[in-house]
Design a protein around this ligand. Structure first.
Ligand SMILES: *Cc1c(COP(=O)(O)O)cnc(C)c1O
Ligand SMILES: [Zn+2]
Length: 502
């Protein structure tokens, strides 16, 4: 649909042009910095930063109901730059000219209500938001679209000549960074650092396929992160980890999409997501806050962050009910099937502490909780969901397990609906499914398969068959007939099929 066909009062809002301002604000000392240079931490005190619009108040001059209509009508526009996360341009990156936007098909992932059988098992009304349906098959593309649009903006403004983008990764950040960087090749090149043998083969293949320089490093993610931080402090590189506040901005789109999907009514809604480096929960909280402050949503939804027992520093932090006595202590992680969240020292922890406090304060009651789950529960719920029509990853399973754990603690009301984040596609983590089915998990995972969930292929090769086809050597005539008859007989027997009466 063309802009002139839209309601008159909205026409001037449909195609946004650069407006407002963005600055980095330090969460430690409060210092502010311009965005002409890429900053990750405060040059004064070393704390993490958030990007803020110092003239955000102007967005409140437009009524929340008008914003709702703007976003709803933008859905019908055929403008590529507004088809992804920048549908919410004024909230995601108001300074961004649309011709700097990198759009590779990210965002607007489906929200799928589970079937009655799974809802009954889980004891709640549940929906999965399939962020594995993003271009590199994880939610990281939301933040990467924002970070690489900003890089393209810097290049076009002449603030930089060319850029080497680097990141440490539990697998998905590097897949996404390499994909988006390759779109801007050769002015942007990428290098990614992965913990050796701690990413899945699919995740390793992704940055390789995008042409990134790929480095495997001994240790776990937290070790890779230290190396990348040293690189970004001592050399001219652009850090693409979620320490980069542009990543957070883009990931806020997740909240906006949930709001829009539910017609901006988030009363009785619970949003459940896994926590690793805590960039995602930071973004989701900040996104809901911005929509709340501008009257686009009237209620702040309940948020439940989930961590595995094997990587639970955020859960441990919030165990202490008295905020004055809380003390953050990084943990040493153990092997986890929620491998992308296997992080003991989340870089966004100061952002989480800051935003959770604000969220609960504005809501006038506690609205953010953290659940802890076992590796066993993650695997069992992951496989169970996928046996009921879903394509969720282990982290989606972690969300479902976390919701069930929250129910047991009495945190979920019967009238509430839960939106669970399947942060990546099931296929990225199929190795864990294989280990479960083959009962071959190394002992440190502490996972035992439930026989009811195991599945395996059956090889049908009757011993009495004289000839079977092989690639390049097909059968024909009588041997082919014998082959088809004998194999189908065998399958019918295994499946206990009834013969059609002739
Ligand atoms: C990165 C990632 C997470 C963890 O998100 P954080 O922002 O690091 O908390 C969870 N699941 C998947 C699939 C991821 O790629
Ligand atoms: Zn500072």
């Amino acid at each position: 649909m063309k802009a002139e066909d839209f309601p008159k009062d909205l026409q001037s809002h449909l195609i946004p042009s650069p407006a407002g301002r963005l600055i980095y604000r330090c969460l430690g000392c409060g210092q502010r910095y311009g965005i002409e240079t890429l900053l990750y931490t405060c040059p004064d005190c070393g704390q993490v930063l958030l990007l803020e619009d110092p003239v955000f108040e102007r967005l409140k001059e437009i009524p929340g109901s008008t914003w709702q209509r703007i976003f709803d009508y933008r859905k019908m526009l055929n403008v590529p730059a507004l088809q992804g996360i920048y549908r919410y341009h004024e909230f995601i990156g108001p300074v961004m000219p649309l011709d700097s936007v990198v759009y590779l098909g990210e965002g607007h992932t489906p929200i799928i209500e589970s079937n009655a059988r799974l809802q009954e098992k889980a004891g709640a009304r549940i929906f999965f938001k399939n962020d594995g349906q993003n271009p590199s098959a994880s939610f990281k593309d939301r933040g990467m679209a924002s970070a690489l649009s900003y890089i393209q903006y810097l290049l076009r403004q002449g603030y930089a000549e060319d850029i080497l983008a680097v990141c440490a990764s539990t697998g998905d950040t590097s897949a996404s960074a390499a994909l988006y960087a390759s779109f801007l090749y050769p002015r942007v090149k990428s290098a990614v650092l992965l913990p050796h043998k701690k990413v899945t083969p699919q995740q390793l293949s992704q940055p390789l396929g995008s042409g990134a320089a790929v480095f495997e490093i001994p240790g776990v993610f937290d070790d890779c992160m230290k190396v990348v931080e040293a690189l970004s402090e001592n050399y001219h590189v652009a850090l693409l980890n979620s320490k980069n506040a542009w990543r957070i901005l883009g990931q806020e789109s997740y909240s906006y999409e949930i709001a829009q999907y539910f017609e901006y009514d988030l009363a009785d809604t619970v949003v459940v997501l896994p926590i690793g480096n805590a960039g995602n929960i930071t973004a989701v909280i900040n996104g809901f806050l911005k929509f709340y402050e501008t009257g686009i949503i009237g209620t702040l939804p309940k948020i439940i962050g989930v961590q595995s027992e094997h990587a639970n520093p955020v859960y441990r932090y919030y165990l202490e009910p008295d905020p004055g006595k809380r003390h953050f202590e990084p943990v040493h992680v153990q092997s986890s099937v929620a491998q992308a969240a296997m992080i003991g020292n989340p870089v966004s922890m100061p952002r989480v502490i800051h935003l959770v406090e604000k969220y609960n304060r504005l809501a006038g009651r506690q609205r953010v909780y953290v659940s802890e789950v076992s590796e066993q529960d993650i695997m069992d719920w992951y496989l169970t969901a996928n046996r009921n029509g879903h394509v969720i990853c282990t982290h989606g399973g972690e969300c479902l397990a976390g919701l069930v754990a929250a129910e047991r603690r009495g945190l979920i009301e019967p009238n509430e609906r839960a939106v669970l984040d399947s942060t990546a596609h099931a296929l990225k983590f199929s190795g864990f499914q294989e280990m479960y089915f083959a009962n071959s998990f190394p002992p440190e995972y502490e996972v035992r398969p439930n026989p009811e969930l195991i599945n395996a292929p059956s090889l049908v090769r009757p011993a009495d068959l004289k000839a079977v086809p092989e690639p390049g050597r097909p059968l024909s005539g009588e041997p082919l007939e014998a082959f088809v008859a004998r194999i189908s007989e065998e399958i019918a027997q295994i499946l206990d099929l009834k013969k059609v009466s002739t």
